[in-house]
Design a protein around this ligand. Structure first.
Ligand code: HEM
Length: 526
């Protein structure tokens, strides 16, 4: 199983930061132009947090305080949690991992190992690339989808699982044939990936009239990618970030990150985004879901959602997804927003994400080994605690603290108010820091880990990122869209054509299009 995150960070200007090196890696730094190309291009937005990292005992206690149970439920439909995970994987996907060595020019290598919102995680290197051809039907246009296996009285259904079945062992056959195996880490992100595949296939089926055969794939991909970016900018980002920050960044431009970059230059990814800000999604995860008609009323626990994937689990011993676990998208996204009450479920069946705050649901204190790449560790070992892992990564790269980033961004002209020590200590019905000693607490409030700081900001803002967090997320997303091959930022006159009007394209519209507006496809179990 591909690991969910980097174990090391190649930071431009600093070299490879790893747990053991913790700084400039001599071999990388000295090797110069002939060096092996870097794995993925991270950059550092703010200052280094030298002498500002809290100690390990403190991280353990803070990690425990954070992962001791989720806070209140938010208004955000729960599907957006995993859309966020899908977006994260798209941003961090290393396309060169699915390209055939000889085909990769240095320029393609650079591009492939840079953050973009091009849906590489869906398309790989495209149907013409020998290594990626396996993701496509023989026509070189449609993405392959998979078939579920009959279960619980529900027959096998074509088009409701990721494609699987390659290889000669059961484990290999189970593995999803998709460019980014991280999208099979849990069932919700897997079904989100499937929805995007269906979206592409439906664009191929309905939107390519008159396009010469040689240009069909490129035309479909451009249309899909631009709609996807529009949806991220107008629907996803405004749900997780204060909307005024998003519109400020997209209308007025960036103030802190790669300001003035040539738009088509290859972007980098700030470690402050990857290691702190965008891990916001961990706070949104629920302990259990009203998953579908069969696994209702909380029966879709996070544990089962791991098991019914081939990354976090083993599909419960099967080689394909069991039909009775197919998603009911009506429970994850609110189709009332698209004026489709006939596709809405009663409020009691609907799943809302947990509030974006400093608390994580308890199962994330003991992650399945597959999700973090092992090793097998005893129950309650900090290495399986997602909160502790996030705090430890920050220490590894000497990430700037929340306070440092607030000062840094203010210096760039960003209008924000620093959190006070009292706000950081007390929050608003979030993680309680009373298990820290006085000394530990004093250190924590003075030099607050960036991830915690950003989550506290959101917690004090009704569950939406603001200040430091909103700025980092909006600017990084803006730059990633700007530097993508297809870009709504570089093409400001572009408007969506697959939604209800020429300024609206939300995730519900994407799903309605992908699943033909049919209840039988959005919720095949009824
Ligand atoms: C059940 C769902 C999820 C699980 C089990 C999970 C687990 C993990 C793990 C184990 C890591 C690596 C930690 C480390 O060692 O550094 C990680 C990294 C990360 N996660 Fe998640 N995560 C989930 C959902 C999400 C969501 C919803 C988001 C964002 C909206 C997100 C964003 C990130 C980011 C930005 C990173 C670091 C960058 C990377 O992907 O390499 N994750 N996650």
């Amino acid at each position: 199983m591909e690991k969910h995150s980097s174990e090391s960070y190649f930071v431009i200007g600093e070299g490879l930061l790893t747990e053991s090196a913790g700084g400039r890696n001599a071999s990388v730094a000295a090797a110069g132009a002939d060096a092996a190309p870097p794995p993925f291009r991270f950059s550092r937005l703010g200052p280094k947090g030298i002498n500002r990292q809290i100690g390990e005992p403190n991280r353990k206690k803070a990690g425990n305080a954070m992962a001791s149970g989720g806070g209140p439920v938010s208004q955000i439909p729960a599907g957006f949690t995993y859309l966020g995970q899908f977006i994260d994987h798209d941003l961090t996907f290393d396309r060169t991992s699915v390209m055939l060595g000889a085909n990769i020019s240095p320029a393609a290598m650079l591009q492939g190992r840079s953050p973009s919102l091009d849906l590489d995680s869906l398309y790989g290197a495209g149907p013409q690339d020998p290594e990626s051809a396996k993701f496509y039907e023989a026509d070189g246009l449609h993405l392959k989808v998979g078939k579920t296996v009959a279960a619980g009285g529900i027959p096998a259904k074509n088009g409701f699982d990721l494609p699987r079945g390659a290889g000669n062992t059961v484990a290999k056959k189970r593995k999803a044939i998709i460019p980014d195996p991280r999208n099979d880490e849990n069932l919700v992100v897997a079904q989100t990936h499937l929805a995007l595949m269906r979206f592409h296939n439906r664009v191929v089926d309905t939107q390519l009239g008159g396009v010469p055969p040689s240009q069909k794939f490129a035309a479909a991909r451009e249309l899909v990618t631009k709609h996807y970016q529009w949806m991220i900018r107008t629907d996803y980002l405004t749900r997780i970030c204060q909307a005024t920050v998003v519109s400020n960044v997209f209308n007025q431009g960036r103030k802190a990150f790669e300001v003035g970059a040539t738009p088509t230059d290859v972007p980098t990814m700030p470690i402050e985004f990857s290691i702190a800000a965008f891990r916001l999604g961990h706070a949104m995860i629920r302990r259990a879901y009203n998953w579908n008609k069969e696994f209702d009323d909380g029966a879709g626990t996070l544990d089962w959602l791991f098991i019914f994937s081939a990354g976090g689990g083993d599909l419960f011993g099967e080689q394909r997804l069991a039909s009775n676990w197919i998603a009911d998208f009506r429970r994850l996204y609110d189709f009332n927003e698209a004026n489709k009450p006939n596709l809405a479920v009663p409020a009691a069946k609907f799943n809302r994400a947990m509030r974006i705050d400093t608390t994580l649901v308890n199962p994330l204190k003991n992650l399945p080994t597959g999700s973090f790449g092992g090793p097998n560790v005893p129950f309650n070992d900090p290495r399986a605690n997602l909160a502790f892992r996030n705090l430890a990564r920050a220490k590894m790269v000497k990430l700037a603290t929340g306070q440092q980033m607030a000062t840094f961004l203010k210096g760039k002209g960003v209008n924000l108010t620093k959190l006070t020590k009292k706000q950081i200590r007390d929050g608003n019905n979030g993680a309680q820091l009373d298990n820290l000693t006085q000394t530990q607490l004093a250190a924590f409030l003075k030099d607050t880990p960036l991830w915690f700081y950003i989550l506290r900001e959101a917690e004090l803002n009704g569950g939406k990122l603001k200040g430091v967090g909103a700025r980092i997320v909006a600017e990084t997303m803006h730059r990633a869209m700007e530097g993508s091959q297809h870009s709504i930022v570089r093409d400001p006159t572009w408007k969506p054509t697959l939604g209800p009007n020429n300024s609206t394209f939300r995730m519900v519209d994407l799903l309605l299009f992908a699943f033909e507006g049919k209840k039988s496809l959005l919720a095949p179990l009824g």
